[in-house]
Design a protein around this ligand. Structure first.
Ligand code: PGA
Length: 250
């Protein structure tokens, strides 16, 4: 299929890392990936952004954050703003990851505001959507992912072509259970149709798959017409595995 989208492979380190481990991992990635034909990013814990900024300088690895505040500035203890992230060279920010929705009570409205803050600061939000196992079993997958994406479209209007979407079925995250390429493509096609209805530039929007993507299953997932990359948790912490996924996207 001909389309203008460049693939994006983004690692989500979650609550993992140390100065020493990050150094070793990033050096191995930079040495192993050369000049990839896809975009490659790592979304790291905020305290490590400055370390990563100097490690990746001039290299092909782009910097991402795992969250961003919905507020600009002020009395919001513990929050990190989009402008602060931008100062550290951050290009991507994950918003609405299911772990944030589940453990931190983030609503569709909060996620949409976060996406808006990121966009205003020149950061690409990676907007996560996905259904739980109970929702899938109840036949609600389409309803859930469309509701989550609709909120972001509603809030971000004409900027919507600047976002990245990540379809992450909650039942596949960290479980070793991956959506089959066909299952994932089916949802990606629904999301693409929703984006087309919202923007004449929808073909530009990358829709990533996330949920136990690994070196073994990446190629088949990435071969689907509407799967434009991956958001990778566990397998992004091992250089060899992450490099294999990058190679599969090239
Ligand atoms: P996983 O996580 O690859 O470990 O399943 C993906 C994610 O949560 O972004």
């Amino acid at each position: 299929m001909n389309h203008p989208r460049k693939k994006l492979i983004a690692g989500n380190w979650k609550l993992n890392g140390s100065l020493a481990a990050n150094d070793a991992l990033v050096r191995a990635l930079l040495a192993g990936m050369g000049q990839p034909t896809c975009d490659v990013a790592v979304c790291v814990p905020s305290p490590y952004l400055a370390q990563l900024q100097s490690l990746v300088q001039g290299g092909a690895l782009l910097l991402g954050a795992q969250d961003v505040s919905q507020h600009l500035s002020g009395a919001y203890t513990g929050e990190v703003s989009a402008d602060m992230l931008r100062e550290l060279g951050v290009r991507y920010a994950i918003v609405g990851h299911s772990e944030r929705r589940q453990y931190h009570g983030e609503t569709d409205a909060v996620v949409s505001n976060k996406a808006q803050r990121a966009l205003a600061a020149g950061i690409t939000p990676i907007v996560c959507v996905g259904e739980t196992l109970a929702e899938r079993d109840a036949g609600e997958t389409e309803h859930v992912v469309k509701r989550q994406l609709a909120a972001v479209i509603h809030t971000n209007g004409h900027c919507i072509s600047e976002i990245v979407v990540a379809y992450e079925p909650v039942w596949a995250i960290g479980t070793g259970k991956t959506a089959s390429p066909e299952q994932a493509q089916q949802v990606h096609a629904l999301l693409r149709a929703q984006l087309r209805a919202a923007s004449p530039q929808a073909e530009r929007i990358a829709i990533l798959y996330g949920g136990s993507m690994n070196a073994g299953n990446a190629a088949a997932l990435l071969a689907q017409p509407d799967i434009d990359g991956g958001l990778i948790g566990g397998a992004s912490l091992k250089a060899a595995d992450f490099l294999s996924i990058i190679a599969a996207a090239a």
